[in-house]
Design a protein around this ligand. Structure first.
Ligand code: HEC
Ligand code: HEC
Ligand code: HEC
Ligand code: HEC
Ligand code: HEC
Length: 461
């Protein structure tokens, strides 16, 4: 076993280090099957050697015996050669075992192992990760913290997950928020330091209207990014919530952390409480348990820093801005939206239907578009299919809107879970929902907004 596995392993490890094979199962084969088998064969070899018939001969192999073989010149040169050979082979084996353990450990930490090995279960998470600002960071850099408890936690959780995949018992979709391996604040702060942020930042969003010309409009917000407070600067703006000086706690009565009934914080000696009130009485939904308490951290707003599932509008706008969907095709935004928001049982069915419905519609309504430049519509169709496949995963029951994003206030969620003007403090004032608290709206869905023209002009002067 050892002598067959040995050369196979050497060749496989070399190929893997060169990076010529990209199949995720290749790493699995080397590090989680061949590697352990090789270790087992070595253990068997040792056990076999110690309990086998030739025990006495091996017993002879003591340090004195070896010394004696080398001390007398010309004696038993065959044995001497064997000793040297054994020594060299042992060294190479040790090196191989170390190499396989080391690269094997790294392999189980790679995005390819986490994201592609359990292909179906992790597909939505992997696809969105690949399409995000964090695509160069591996999964474990966020999902597994640095301390030693995390290592055991992650391995236990990993074994549980492996069984869930083997017995096909994992939930579809994987519910949010996740209960184990949720990133913790310290993990984000390895790279980001919100206490050092300061001031406001211009956010410009490009959108396209569902009209004949797919009109390009822009929304511009001056976002009050703020800071968590640093070197005597006071915490302010959006990142005020993460200041060490006044941790914010909240109580939620549902698993999704959407229904927040109480918020409180200790600011110096001042204690602030905010409760959802109905009439003047503190209000907890009837029959609800008291709920769970959480200290606010990054994930209460940035729950989708990397698994960003776009809305149908955003998914198409992203393709229109780069002209992957040619903007010159009349009504392509509207028709694209109709095509990607329909219900499909599988990605293949979706692709076929998107292609067919768009071709039929343009053939019937704009035959000259197809006649004039046939590849134009094909290009649009390919990008629309991609917009679908990057955000909808029928096998995992993940469709548009399955996962809510807590950044902003889509559908009254996110910031408006607390900033809805219904969470009143002791002094009768509610957590603010003033439209200028978090951002100043400079332009909303405007064609060539003045403010952007002004900034561009200032720039070129
Ligand atoms: C930038 C940090 C970051 C990286 C990198 C990252 N994740 Fe996540 N992941 C998160 C956060 C934050 C959540 C949401 C946690 C919550 O809501 O409880 C999450 C949630 C998930 C979920 C639950 C489903 C969901 O979308 O809420 C899965 C599965 C997952 N991640 C897998 C992966 C895999 C696989 C990779 C690597 C390909 C990866 N993650 C990389 C931060 C990250
Ligand atoms: C290993 C380093 C690293 C870790 C850990 C990390 N990030 Fe990032 N993050 C980055 C880098 C680098 C960028 C910039 C990417 C770019 O601009 O293309 C970024 C970008 C961002 C952005 C801006 C995204 C945008 O659309 O421009 C946010 C928000 C963010 N990270 C939040 C988080 C949160 C929350 C966590 C913890 C769950 C986290 N990051 C963990 C390195 C990291
Ligand atoms: C109260 C909600 C909230 C909390 C808590 C929060 N953030 Fe943010 N963060 C925002 C918003 C809102 C923005 C700007 C809008 C956007 O990125 O879409 C932002 C922007 C950022 C950016 C991009 C900044 C830039 O200059 O573009 C990073 C990085 C970031 N946050 C990291 C963090 C980290 C790390 C934590 C935890 C220590 C954290 N945030 C906690 C709401 C929050
Ligand atoms: C868990 C509840 C909760 C959530 C969720 C929440 N906030 Fe807050 N926020 C508060 C509380 C409490 C205050 C302080 C209110 C007060 O003192 O009157 C506050 C204050 C603020 C302030 C004013 C800070 C200052 O300068 O004093 C800003 C800006 C803000 N929030 C932005 C946001 C944004 C943006 C989001 C969503 C990304 C968000 N908040 C989500 C609870 C929340
Ligand atoms: C508690 C903070 C907060 C308050 C209060 C708030 N917003 Fe926002 N709003 C945000 C954040 C954060 C975003 C950015 C979301 C993102 O990055 O996608 C946003 C985004 C927007 C957008 C851009 C939408 C888009 O396409 O992404 C509009 C428009 C907007 N807000 C309007 C309003 C109006 C009108 C009000 C008053 C009723 C309001 N906001 C109150 C935090 C707030």
């Amino acid at each position: 076993m050892a002598s067959v596995l040995f050369p196979v392993l050497v060749v496989c490890v070399l190929i893997d280090i060169k990076g010529t094979v990209h199949n995720p199962y290749f790493g699995f084969l080397i590090y989680l099957i061949l590697g352990p088998l090789f270790l087992i064969s070595l253990i068997l070899l040792i056990i076999g050697a110690t309990i086998s018939r030739g025990k006495e001969d091996i017993g002879l192999f003591t340090f004195e015996y070896i010394e004696e073989q080398f001390a007398r010149p010309g004696r038993y040169s065959r044995i001497r050669r064997h000793i040297i050979l054994t020594f060299v082979i042992s060294l190479i084996t040790l090196f191989l075992v170390a190499l396989v353990s080391y690269t094997g450990f790294h392999y189980t930490e790679s995005a390819s192992f986490c994201g592609q090995f359990c292909h179906q279960a992790m597909e939505p998470a992997y696809a969105t990760h690949q399409n995000s600002p964090h695509s160069r960071i591996s999964c474990v850099q966020c999902h597994i913290g640095k301390s030693s408890q995390w290592l055991t936690k992650s391995k236990f959780s990993g074994v549980r997950q492996l069984f869930a995949v083997l017995f096909d018992s994992y939930p579809r979709p994987i519910p949010q928020p996740i209960t184990s391996l949720r990133p913790e604040r310290g993990t984000c702060e390895e790279c980001h330091r919100p206490e050092m942020f300061h001031g406001d930042k211009l956010y410009v969003k490009d959108l396209f209207l569902p009209d004949e010309n797919n009109t390009h409009v822009q929304t511009a917000l001056l976002m009050k990014i703020g800071s968590g407070g640093y070197l005597g600067r006071k915490a302010h703006g959006i990142h005020w919530h993460v200041s060490e000086d006044h941790p914010v706690f909240y109580r939620h009565t549902d698993a999704e952390q959407e229904k927040i009934v109480q918020v409180w914080l200790q600011d110096g000696d001042q204690e602030k409480h905010f409760t959802v009130t109905e009439g003047k009485q503190p209000f907890l939904p009837e029959g609800s348990p008291l709920g769970s308490v959480r200290q606010m951290d990054c994930m209460d707003c940035h729950n989708r820093p990397t698994h960003v599932f776009r809305s149908p509008d955003e998914a198409l706008d992203e393709k229109l801005i780069t002209n992957a969907i040619p903007r010159t095709i009349p009504f392509i935004k509207r028709q694209g939206l109709l095509a990607i928001t329909a219900q499909y049982d599988s990605v293949e069915a979706a692709f076929q239907s998107i292609s067919r419905s768009l071709k039929d519609w343009y053939q019937a309504n704009y035959p000259d578009v197809i006649a004039h430049d046939p590849p134009l519509l094909d290009k649009a169709i390919a990008a629309i299919q991609q917009a679908y496949a990057q955000n909808v995963f029928p096998e995992m029951n993940v469709t548009w809107g399955t996962y809510s994003d807590f950044i902003g206030h889509r559908d009254g969620s996110g910031c408006f879970r607390c900033h809805d003007g219904l969470h009143y403090g002791q002094n009768g004032e509610a957590i603010s929902n003033d439209c200028n608290l978090c951002h100043i709206i400079l332009a909303e869905n405007e064609k060539s907004p003045d403010v952007i023209a002004l900034l561009r002009k200032a720039n070129t002067r």
